[in-house]
Structures are given as C-alpha cells and as structure tokens.
Design a protein around this ligand. Structure first.
Ligand code: ADP
Ligand code: MG
Length: 605
C-alpha cells in the first residue's frame, strides 16, 4: 500500500488555522487594531461595511513596514515580536504568534498599504485567499492600512454561520471598545457604513470612558485605586444607583489585556451586595496589574481567559477595595459582614484620607473576626447616626447624581416622623406617613432586613440564643447534603441551630433560635444547602452570612399575614434603624416613598 500521509498545502493549513483565529469579523478588528497599537500608532481608524462582512479596514500612523517585511508579514509564524521562546516571558505587545495576518489573508481579500518613515515609497500588496495577487510601490503617508474584504468568501459554512448584522456589529463595537479602553492615550475612530460611530480623542481614562459611554456616566464614576504587593487596581466603578438591568459595561483588564474571569467578577459583585436590587448589574472598568509570573494568560489569540496563582487573595483585595471606595464615596454603609480573616491579605490602604465624607466607614470591621473579643461597634444609637449621615452628607462629593427616589428619602428622613399611625394594606404592605410624604413598606422584605441585621449583631456580640426542642426533630437528606451539613455544623451552631448527624442520611435537630418555628426548619435547611451549593465553595467566608440570610428569609413575616398596630409600628421603626434599610438581604426593595408633591401632581394631571 502506498503512503497516505501528505503535507497539507500551505493555503489549506492557513485556512484551518484561520478558523481558529478568526471566528467573525470582530476577530479581524481585534487583530488589526492590536497590530496598529504594537506598531506604535497614536491614531487608529477602523472602517466597517455591513457589519464587517464586506469590509474591515484599519488605518494607522504607526511605524509601517519595509517592502520585505510587508511580504513576510503574511507568512505563518512570521512576527517581529519574538525571536526566541524566552522572549515569550518578556512580552509587552499584543501579538507574538505571527499568525493573525496569515490567517486573515487565507480567508479574505486583503489589501495592505504601508510605508516606513525613512523610506520614500511605500508598498501595496494584494492577497486573495492566501495567494499573492500583486505587489507594487506606492506613495503614501507613514503608517499602515489593511483592508479585509469579503471575509470567509472561500469558507461558505463559516460565512453562513455568522449572526445577524446587529449581532456582528455588536461584537465589533465590543472589540473596538476593549482596545480603546486599554489605550486611552491613542486616538481612535470607528466608521460604520459611512457613519462615524465613535471619535475618541486621546486623553485620560475617565475621558475615554465618558467619550465611549456618554457624558452622563461622568457623575456616576467612583475612582478606584489600590496598590498592594500582589495586586495594583486602578479604574472606576459606577455608583450602585446607576446599576443596569442588562449586563454590559463590565471590563477587567489584567496587565493591559482585556480578560473575562467569573471569579473576579463575583468578587466585584459581592462588594455591591446589599446595595443593588435583584437582577441589576454593576458597571466597572478595572485595570489590574499583577506580577507576570503569577498569571497564565491562555495565549490562544481568541481567548480572554486567565488563570491566577493566588485567586483567593485577589478576590479578597478586590472585594474590600471596592467596598472601601463605595464607602468613601458614601454610596452606602460599608459593613463587611462576611470577611474571613484567612482570606485577608495584610496590606494597608494607601489613600486612606481621600476627602472622605462624614459617613462612618470601617473597612476593617468584621463581625466574625472574634466572638470572644466582646464589644463590636454596632450599638443601635450609632447605627441611627450612621444612617442619617448617609442621607445628609452622603452625596455631597458628587453632585446631581441622586436618583429621584434617593433624593426623596434624603429629604424626608431628615424630618421626624410626625405620626405613629400605620395601616396595613392587602396584608402585604404597611403604609405610614412622614411629614411630607407617605412610605409604603413591603412587610416581608423589610422584616427580612430587620432579622438579618439582628442575627448578625447577635452572632457577633451576644450569640443567638436558642431553645432546646422538647422532641428533637429528625430530617432526612441525601448523603451529599449530610456531608455538607457536617462541614457547616459549627457555623450553624453559631447561628443558634444545633443538630446531630445520626447517620449518612438523617440529622436530628435539638435546638433552634427563638425566632424560628419547627415548620420552618425543612425549608430553611434546604435553602442553606442550596446556597452552599451555589456559592463559592472553596471560600467559606460568606457561610455564616449566608446562613443568617437564609434564616431571615425563613423567619420573616410573610405576605398575607395580618399585622396588628404594634407589629406594624415595630417593623416601621426597626427598619429605619437598620444599617441598610433600602434593600432586603436578597436585594429586594424594602420600601418606597411618595412625596406630597408627587401625590399632588397625580391629582392635577
Ligand atoms: P504578530 O502580531 O503576532 O506578530 P501578525 O500576523 O499579527 O503577527 O503580524 C505579523 C507582523 O506584521 C508583526 O509582527 C509586525 O511586524 C507586522 N505588522 C502587522 N501589522 C502591522 C502594522 N499595522 N504596522 C506595522 N507592522 C505591522
Ligand atoms: Mg498581531
């Protein structure tokens, strides 16, 4: 039998490789723009036709290429960026595999025009499907222009695989924005079907963000800056009140590259805990610098994933830095309920004194640090002061950025409540009046908030008292669930729930907190187990907090329960003594206010 193994012709090999590098027009945008950045350009223009199907063109004023380099640039594994494998560890540019241009040329009609500064004439090269069509000398300003037409013309399957123009354009804009946000000192523009979509003059990061996302975002941005031995963070987060229902403006850059990392995203989201209603997403633009040896960026050109050696430390630093900044800019009271000392990295805040408003912020506050140390500054009186301060001083540093709702509560609660009268409506809401407004309180989520803060306070200070059950209550679980319960038994005991594990599938509950009833136990345990499974298992730090939340959900007064006058007033009063009265521990709004003015307007319509 004759030999059957053959070397693939270059253009076929390139086509196959191309499929990996170039998944859609946006991949071409990314590669070409990054090449322009690497070439030292300070003006980069992107021109697109038909969502990139007909044309993707990038024009730059970078170094340009010599005639020989221009030709070589389209060969596979040709790069000016590394010479040896060691260079890989010292990379300061985006490219290095020398694959992008060869791949793109294999699956499109490419025209390259380029000229170096010290050469009189430039070079024009045309390549279709990896085949050189023509090469000539041209006159042209310094820099490079690469046009890619009819992408995937020779791979119809790929072409058909593309999504609608709207979707592909969205991908292109994402790619463009990521590069533009990485290099605010470079001028970028984007023209789609002859319309200028972006024109971004060089400037600082804030200016770049504002130019991309609109003037309005300016007042919403809270600066972030932290420098520790293992991580430097710069950038901005948007204030919680501007959180969005859609995910979107969420950008992590690590050592100058846009990356996606669910774990760090979680760290960020958790810093906003209690400040965002359910299903809202925070916006952020964060630039992390870590020692290069501590990361492993998957060097596949289309990947944006990254692995960190010390993920848990980074998690803790990011979370507390963001919380700290939210606190300094008085966005909300900062209560770090669920820090675990083992996750804390010893480092000090450099910018401790940025003109912080008068809200009392204690970034180091950790109710779970030690149970024996006695008093922790959580007395009710201070809470009240804090809470008032939040509404009186809080928004001063940045003006005009309080939503109406927020503004109302701000004015209203400075005034004393002038009446103790409350009404319950539909056995769901409590109506109460204050001087110039009415308040509508959701009895269930308000009570959850009250209980949650009560539990946390008790856990840290006095311990949650529990009562022995006359007859221990047995509950059956799966073996897996019993194993989890074994693991969190001590935390459960801190929360006043005592049980014994009888065998692989049964536990026997012996004591529970006074606020719980026996019928609530099964759903409570199920809830705690569910949370445990969905949480970040290897970081146990929010376990206690999570149990406290589950307990508050189980024990809270439900909708449909009739409340007497005393019970209603109790809820109203206690809610507004809470540290974070606005939301339930699960992010539901606890109350809304309607000012007299709003009411009058309604009647005058
Ligand atoms: P890589 O970026 O990984 O080196 P590419 O295939 O993207 O590989 O580019 C190959 C080479 O072509 C680069 O190393 C660079 O020398 C040159 N090149 C590409 N684009 C430009 C540009 N816009 N300006 C100057 N040189 C460029
Ligand atoms: Mg490149």
């Amino acid at each position: 039998m004759s030999d059957i193994i053959q070397l693939l012709p270059d253009n076929v090999a390139n086509q196959i490789a191309a499929g990996e590098v170039v998944q859609r027009p946006a991949s071409v945008v990314k590669e070409l723009m990054e090449n322009s950045v690497d070439a030292g350009a300070d003006h980069i223009k992107l021109i697109i036709k038909d969502a990139g199907r007909t044309l993707v063109q990038v024009i730059d004023n970078g170094t340009g290429m010599s005639q020989t380099d221009a030709r070589l640039a389209f060969e596979r594994h040709t790069t000016s960026k590394i010479r040896s494998a060691e260079d890989l560890f010292n990379l300061h540019t985006n490219g290095f595999r020398g694959e992008a241009l060869a791949s793109i040329a294999a699956i499109g009609h490419v025209t390259l025009k380029t000229k170096k500064e010290d050469e009189e004439l430039g070079t024009l090269i045309q390549i279709n499907g990896g085949k050189l069509i023509s090469q000539e000398m041209i006159t042209k300003p310094v820099g490079t222009s690469i046009e890619v037409r009819n992408l995937f013309y020779n791979i119809p399957v790929r072409r058909n695989f593309l999504k609608s123009n709207t979707v592909e354009t969205r991908h292109i804009i994402d790619a463009f924005q990521r590069v533009a946000l990485t290099y605010p000192d470079i001028t970028f523009s984007l023209i789609h079907n002859d319309n200028e979509i972006f024109n971004l003059p060089s400037g600082n990061l804030k200016k770049r963000i504002v130019n991309i996302f609109g003037k309005k975002i300016n007042e919403k941005l809270i600066p972030i800056s932290e420098d520790t031995e293992i991580l430097k963070i710069e950038g901005f987060v948007a204030k919680p009140e501007f959180a969005k229902k859609k995910r979107g403006e969420q950008f992590f850059f690590v050592n100058g590259r846009f990356i996606k990392n669910a774990y760090l995203h979680h760290a960020l989201v958790s810093a906003f805990e209690g400040l965002l209603p359910n299903a809202y997403h925070p916006s952020y633009f964060l630039y992390l610098s870590v020692p290069p040896a501590s990361i492993d960026i998957n060097i596949h050109p289309t990947k944006t994933e990254i692995k960190f050696d010390n993920e848990r430390d980074l998690y803790a630093i990011i979370r507390s830095t963001i919380k700290h900044s939210l606190g300094q800019f008085s966005v909300g009271p900062v209560l770090d309920f669920d820090k675990n000392p083992t996750l804390e990295t010893p480092y000090s805040y450099k910018n401790k004194n940025i003109n912080s408003p008068k809200v009392i912020v204690d970034p180091g506050f950790n109710p779970f640090e030690s149970k024996t140390e006695g008093k922790i500054n959580f007395p009710k009186k201070e809470i009240k002061q804090n809470w008032e301060a939040i509404y009186t001083e809080a928004d001063k540093p940045v003006q005009n950025d309080i939503s109406n709702q927020e503004k109302n509560s701000l004015d209203l609660f400075k005034e004393e409540r002038n009446s103790q009268t409350t009404y319950q409506i539909h056995q769901k809401y409590i109506v109460s009046t204050i001087k110039s407004a009415m308040v509508l309180i959701d009895q269930n989520s308000a009570h959850q908030r009250i209980l949650y803060e009560e539990y946390l306070e008790k856990i840290t200070v006095t311990g949650i008292g529990s009562q022995q059950l006359l007859f221990p209550k047995e509950i059956s679980f799966s073996k897996n669930d019993t194993d989890i319960l074994k693991e969190i038994k001590i935390d459960m005991e801190s929360c006043g729930i005592f049980f014994e594990i009888k065998n692989n599938e049964t536990i026997s509950i012996t004591a529970i907190p006074l606020s719980l009833t026996e019928v609530q136990l099964l759903p409570l345990f199920e809830n705690i187990l569910e949370n445990y499974k969905n949480g970040v298992p290897e970081s146990s730090f929010s376990q206690l907090d999570s149990i406290a939340k589950s307990m508050s959900r189980s024990a809270a007064i439900k909708k449909g329960v009739k409340l007497n006058q005393k019970e209603q007033e109790d809820i109203v009063n206690k809610l507004f003594l809470c540290k974070e009265p606005n939301f339930s521990p699960f992010g539901q709004r606890t109350y809304i206010t309607i000012s007299l003015e709003e009411l009058e307007n309604k009647f005058n319509q």
